[in-house]
Design a protein around this ligand. Structure first.
Ligand SMILES: Cc1ncc(COP(=O)(O)O)c(C=O)c1O
Length: 390
């Protein structure tokens, strides 16, 4: 039996969600068709929207279904940027951070290259925490130039959680919209959209036991954005394309379970994480717990191995039947050190030695025991290979 410890890349779909997904796929009809077959599918879609809105503590009209986190991030960042520039051409500053997911970094860099955006990055400390006093000072002095702020709710590599309410309190004093990528956070921390003060929030189903290929952008009723996909005018004209009702239903179901069981699951995963962190300390002094002092998600454990290669560790553990990762799966196959660790002040060599273990609804103490049994040998081999290549 393989041990799967890469749930931040994607989680196994929950069995009851899979069953509901397959059943709903059998329905025939386009939700925009006026005949009863179409309207039956429309009802499935709208019930999913209603249910997701409840899980997110937002209004149903604020839920826009998309294909996932990347599309939601692109729609929020480009859509709000263009809207704000349309209203005032002087607003071209986008504030973000070097620790963001590429779903956020790349559209912002695209706006910088093609749409005269000026990018300002909030400084990040050694534990991955944002310097919000810098943000307060920057906004005080430059608020009239700022188009939007995009800062993630929780980091998908280190698990570091941002105080989003503190960010929106600073920004909203100047009427600046804040977008957050909550793909890693949703289902693992309380994420009330209503209380957050956010303009927009990205989420994705396959990170919490739902299917791949469906996500949502939650857009507050006060927020306007320019559409980036044009066509049939679905999703209030903001995201054209036939809506995926079966996936939306499965997403809403997975989200409902994740939110309903959040407190007990947080406590359960925190217990497993604690066992791993404590036992890992006794394995090898070169293995350090990254972001040790920060507030982190209970399902993400990130280590840095001084003098070792995360890629080798991943390969050796894989041979023992254990799936882990070195960072974001979206960069898989690209042999570059993690930009997140670089932004946190690590050198390229230090950033190459990272190991990310991420837990999910199927993870158990015995998965961690299997990892702890394989880890010492894998670390020794990795460090020896590192020494011999010097
Ligand atoms: C924080 C974060 N944002 C965005 C994404 C992209 O989401 P999706 O795979 O649904 O496009 C991911 C996926 O790894 C993520 O972890």
């Amino acid at each position: 039996m393989r041990v799967y410890l890469d749930n931040a890349a994607t989680t196994p779909i929950r069995p009851e969600v899979l069953e509901c997904y397959i059943d709903t796929l059998k329905l025939i009809g386009n939700p925009s068709s006026v005949h009863s077959s179409g309207q039956q599918v429309r009802q499935v879609l709208e019930e999913a929207r209603e249910s997701l809105a409840k899980s997110l503590d937002c209004d149903r009209s604020e839920v826009l279904f998309t294909s996932g986190g990347t599309e939601s991030d692109n729609l929020a960042i480009k859509g709000i940027y263009w809207q704000r520039r349309d209203e005032d051409a002087n607003r071209n500053v986008v504030i973000s951070a070097g620790t963001e997911h590429h779903g956020v970094i790349d559209p912002i860099e695209w706006l910088e290259a093609h749409e005269v955006a000026e990018v300002q990055l909030v400084p990040v400390n050694f534990d991955g925490e944002l310097d919000l006093s810098w943000l307060a000072k920057y906004l005080e002095e430059n608020h009239s130039k700022v188009a939007l702020i995009s800062l993630m709710w929780a980091n998908n590599e280190t698990g570091v959680v941002t105080d989003i309410k503190a960010v929106t309190t600073l920004a909203n004093a100047f009427g600046i919209p804040v977008h957050t990528d909550a793909v890693a956070a949703f289902g693992h921390v309380q994420t009330s959209f209503k209380e957050s003060g956010l303009a927009a929030m990205s989420i994705s189903a396959h990170k919490l036991g739902g299917p791949v290929g469906i996500g949502a952008l939650i857009v507050s009723r006060a927020t306007k954005l320019v559409s980036i996909i044009h066509g049939g005018g679905q999703e209030r004209g903001m995201r054209s394309g036939t809506m995926n009702a079966p996936a939306a239903k499965a997403f809403a179901m997975a989200a409902e379970i994740a939110v309903r069981t959040l407190d007990e699951e947080r406590a359960r995963l925190a217990g497993i994480k604690n066992t791993l962190v404590e036992k890992a300390k006794t394995i090898n002094s070169s293995l350090g717990h990254t972001a040790e002092k920060a507030d982190t998600l209970p399902n993400i454990v990130h280590f840095t191995l001084a003098g070792g290669s995360g890629d080798s560790l991943l390969f050796l553990l894989d041979q023992d039947g254990i799936s882990v990762s070195t960072g974001s799966a979206c960069q898989a196959g690209v042999n570059r050190p993690s930009h997140v660790l670089i932004a946190m002040g690590r050198t390229e060599d230090e950033a190459k030695g990272c190991l990310r273990i991420t837990l999910g609804h199927e993870s158990t103490e015995s998965d961690i025991e299997a990892l702890l049994a394989s880890l010492p040998k894998a670390i020794d081999a990795t460090l020896k290979a590192g020494l011999s290549s010097q």
